[in-house]
Design a protein around this ligand. Structure first.
Ligand code: FE
Length: 130
């Protein structure tokens, strides 16, 4: 069992229905509706489910997509990537490496220096002020 893992009943009790739908059922929040897509405050973003440190505000940028976007992770060991062929697309799914929560997707059209775009649901994150 993964570190930070819980039973489905435990996740349902811990998370809001929206968080459960996104993090445990691989859902997506509508663009421009989440709590963090336009947040510019300094701080770090943790996994909403288990608290693992995922992204820093230093690597957040305005991608124009309506979802929180980062050009690098805070700690690659806390993320897990998987191939996602759902909806007839070839995408890279981004999951929390500690608890397995679905976070969003990784695209290769981000800004320098990495060229990466981590497109993450606000509902999968918990912001912590610096
Ligand atoms: Fe997690």
């Amino acid at each position: 069992m993964e570190k930070g893992a819980r039973t489905e009943d435990e996740w349902r009790a811990m998370l809001t229905p929206e968080q459960y739908r996104i993090c445990r059922e691989k859902g997506t929040e509508p663009a421009f509706t989440g709590a963090y897509w336009n947040l510019k405050d300094a701080g770090r973003y943790r996994c909403a489910c288990c608290g693992a440190e995922l992204f820093e505000s230093d690597a957040k940028y305005d991608s124009g997509t309506g979802w929180p976007s980062f050009w690098k992770s805070a700690n690659a060991a806390n993320l897990r990537m998987e191939r996602d062929t759902s909806l007839g697309m070839q995408r890279t799914e981004v999951l929390c490496g500690q608890c397995g929560a679905h976070l969003g997707h990784l695209f290769e059209d981000g800004p320098p220096p990495t060229g990466q775009r981590f497109c993450i649901n606000s509902a999968a994150l918990r912001f912590e002020n610096a």
